[in-house]
Design a protein around this ligand. Sequence first.
Ligand code: TYD
Length: 408
Amino acid sequence: MKTTLCRIAGTPLTTVVDFGRQPLGNGFLEPHQFSGEYFFPMEAGFSEASMMFQLIEQPDPEKMFHDHYAFYSSTSNYMARHFKEFADQVLRSGYLVKDDPFVVELGCNDGIMLKNFAAQNLRHLGIEPSLNVAREANKHGVRTCSEFFTEQLAESIVAEHGQADAFLAANVMCHIPDITGVVRGIKKLLKPTGVVMFEDPYLGDVVAKTSYDQIYDEHVFLFSALSIRYLFGLHEMELIDVQPQTTHGGSMRYVLAHRGAYPVGDSVVRLVAGEQEQGLDRLATFESFRASVEESRTKLVSLLRDLKARGKKVAGYGATSKSTTILNYCGIGPDLIAYISDTTPIKQGKCTPGMHIPVVPYQTFKEDPPDYAVLFAWNHAEEIMAKERDFMASGGKWIVHVPEVRVL
Ligand code: TYD
């Protein structure tokens, strides 16, 4: 689906970076599938009217979040801890009514967050269009509904369960092209005292760190406080709090409520001022972002070519969705990166989308370590550095591209 108009304001979108032909970020595949592989032209656009950074064209959601969707949140202990903390924050927040509160989560995945509410016998509902992951959530005692969230679905939830005290989402809102439909649904679903709390990768970090790998098919939007405030403001809702998160290399948790229900916190005032200073409301900022992205590509490719010329063995660490954008945008294939090691069984034995670098089990990295490892899972750098002391002690080096291309 291609749009040349801002999905929020309806005014013309300006292309800020053209990434060329891209496959699905998470479309790991086997060699027999290469010939039918799906590609789309990926361009990122910006609208000064809504201050929303968004993709111009995006594949159908059905192509991305289908029954074989490979991502299970609970495979990461770190994320399990993160969502336990998120749930605890909601429970302590004072926003839930004392008597029989009702919590809804959009994109509940395998129940990683809602199971914390289920464990306390709190009324909850997870909305998860991917049937296979929704079934996993059910196994964790989490009640789910396998549909896309729309205004109509919000109405039927209200008819069956009443209005919600909290509407939660993590790494989901930025995936939804019809975000306006979702906000309309939220407006109907929330009690007058209810709150929305959601988090997604943060545009401010992407621009500051040139982490352009956050841009791939699933991320139709990259949000800022400015754009979220604008979007919800169109529906009489207000941003009341913001909380930066370290997850996904820099995320933001937004708290919103019906207009006038709660005071607007200082955190919002400060962040909005910071974003204006950073220029997240101006096209010119994204023109210099494009220059930084191009420079990052030039440096990474020349570093890898140089290592190849010197006979060094280079592998990748973490077959992330993010890496798909880097590999395809930079044209990096198995000639420059021999393999990518990943601990996720469902990715192993497959090849990376578009550039077809083999994804191998972690064991391969341990047994046959490269001279250099490109840290594609840079958002987990702390955990990985702690785990890979042996690799470094035996002379192995890391290549990172964020915030700039360098060897560690
Ligand atoms: P993720 O953080 O979900 O990034 P994205 O959203 O871009 O896909 O993915 C991290 C990937 O890295 C996942 O496939 C698991 C892998 N990984 C390892 O192989 N080893 C590790 O030690 C860690 C932390 C992750």
